[in-house]
Design a protein around this ligand. Structure first.
Ligand code: UD1
Ligand code: MG
Length: 472
């Protein structure tokens, strides 16, 4: 303990090591999808990644993922940053058979925690409680009372309430099926016991599967201490077999995000209408209107206000900045006291300074915009460096693309660009320049001068507006 990647920890003066086994071999036919089940996403992250990220705080010596269907795609999706051991289970002969595949990789550890890759919202606190019991040389099993236990393994207890065995739904008698305490599937135990018991499990049951649940009976027979614990929340042990269950857990995960934000003092106009698909950090007195989607890493400063129906992805928003409705900000940073939107689109690699105004139907891409500069209506600013205190008129476009390459536009400080100007890049507008409305700027504009394209204006007094033809 004490340094970040410590693989050992101390318990009662002994060095203990933990292994985690995540079962993820199930195909998930009921998802009706070609994507491996554990890669379906909750809050923008694969279910398996939720499990792996949550359990990483336990700092296991080994984390083994038992995969089956679509293993290569699953491994690729989990990236190399996670230190995982992958073992294939082929064919899939049941949960005990799945854990058996992991034994060679976990045999040297003291304690083992078993998780499911398709039960994504399990919380670290619950895992810690299981592991603590297992470290004290007990078989710790996570069970729960439910309204509808159908399809799940039932916990059998004797007259004095001591746990005896788990019977699978398909093997249960009518009387056993009325039991509402079920097996969540999560457990922790001394690794040695697991290695001893697994080879003794048979598949003489209704499903001809090797049931991991059989080890409970073995523990009782050997008079090993067995404890049952319950999760803090029911949703922690809800598994996903169908798209309906996926959608239900998505909402639960979003409710959890919303609750955390409210606890931190963020104002949510409707906690049921916010989606956080990543990591949202918010300062003090942040106000978020309805239907805002946050993706990736988003940082909001103090007194930030986000209007309805915005999408903010991998961006940071400075203090006192107001993002007005229907705005999309992607991979950009926005300064303090800025005003973005309504209907603005800020695309990747953009840096907007303090007190910048980006108004309706303005698109900004790969551009830097200096403090106090404004583009309030209908403009495209792409591949540009805009100085401070610049005004970009309505309908102004940086013509950054010549059909083959992109070119930059440089606009100095205190420049005033009139409406409907085309800046044909590469081009530089020196500081203090004024560009007249309707100018097509195809040469650099000098500082402090008015630049325009000479045009003439004529009127024809004899011209007559045609009359609308009568239908009859
Ligand atoms: C299992 C339990 C049951 C419990 C239920 C909770 C057993 C025998 N039964 O039921 O008591 O109430 O979970 O959801 O353990 N898996 C593999 N390889 C296999 C079989 C399963 O990796 O050969 C994985 C699945 O991907 C899944 C998990 O193990 O993540 C559970 O499998 P699943 O088929 O959903 O559960 P049951 O066996 O029906
Ligand atoms: Mg099964």
């Amino acid at each position: 303990v004490g340094f970040p990647h410590c693989l050992f920890y101390w318990h009662n003066g002994n060095m203990r090591t933990l292994s985690i086994v995540v079962l993820a071999a199930g195909q998930g036919k009921r998802m009706q999808s070609a994507i491996p089940k554990v890669l379906h996403e909750i809050a923008g992250k694969p279910m398996l990644a939720h499990v792996l990220d949550e359990c990483s705080a336990l700092k296991p010596a080994v984390c083994t993922v038992v995969y089956g269907h679509g293993g290569e795609a699953v491994q690729r999706a989990m990236q190399s940053s996670r230190d995982l051991t992958w073992v294939e289970q082929k064919p899939q002969l049941g949960t005990a058979h799945a854990v058996m595949q992991a034994v060679p990789s976990i045999g040297h550890t003291n304690t083992t925690l078993i998780l499911y890759g398709d039960v994504p919202l399990i919380q670290i606190a619950t895992m810690r409680r299981l592991v603590a019991e297992a470290e004290a040389e007990k078989l710790a099993w996570l069970t729960m009372e439910v309204e509808d236990p159908s399809g799940l393994g039932r916990i059998l207890r004797n007259a004095s309430g001591a746990v005896q065995a788990i019977v699978e739904d398909k093997d249960a008698t009518e009387a056993q099926r009325t039991i509402r305490e079920i097996n969540t599937g999560f457990l922790a135990l001394p690794t040695q016991w697991l290695s001893d018991w697994l080879p003794r499990i048979h598949n003489n049951n209704a499903q001809k599967e090797y049931y991991l649940t059989d080890i409970l009976e073995m523990a009782v027979a050997e008079r090993k201490p067995v404890v049952t614990l319950s999760p803090d929340h029911k949703w922690e042990v809800s598994g996903v077999n169908t798209k309906l269950q996926l959608a239900t857990l998505e909402r639960q995960c979003q409710r959890n995000h919303a609750q955390r934000l409210l606890e931190q003092g963020v104002t949510l106009l409707d906690p049921d209408r916010i989606d956080v698909r990543g990591e949202l950090t918010a300062g003090q007195d942040v106000r978020i209107d309805v239907n805002v989607v946050f993706e990736g890493k988003v940082v909001l400063g103090n007194d930030v206000s986000i209007g309805a129906n915005c999408v903010l992805r991998n961006c940071s928003i400075g203090d006192k900045t107001e993002v007005l409705p229907f705005t999309l900000i992607d991979a950009a940073s926005v300064g303090r006291a800025a005003r973005i939107g309504p209907f603005a689109r800020v695309r990747p690699d953009s840096t907007l300074g303090d007190d910048v105004h980006i108004g309706n139907f303005v698109e900004v891409k790969a551009s830097t915009i200096g403090d106090h500069s404004k583009a309030n209506h209908l403009a495209y600013i792409g591949d540009a460096t805009v100085g401070v205190n610049v005004n970009v008129g309505a309908g102004t476009i940086t013509c950054n693309y010549d059909g083959a390459n992109k070119h930059r536009t440089i606009i100095g400080d205190n420049v005033h660009i009139g409406s409907d100007v085309q800046l044909v890049a590469p081009i530089t507008v020196a500081s203090g320049a004024t560009i007249a409305a309707g100018t097509t700027l195809w040469k650099d504009a000098p500082a402090d001068a008015l630049t325009l394209n000479p045009k003439t204006q004529t009127s024809n007094p004899t011209w007559k507006r045609p009359n609308k033809e009568s239908k009859h």
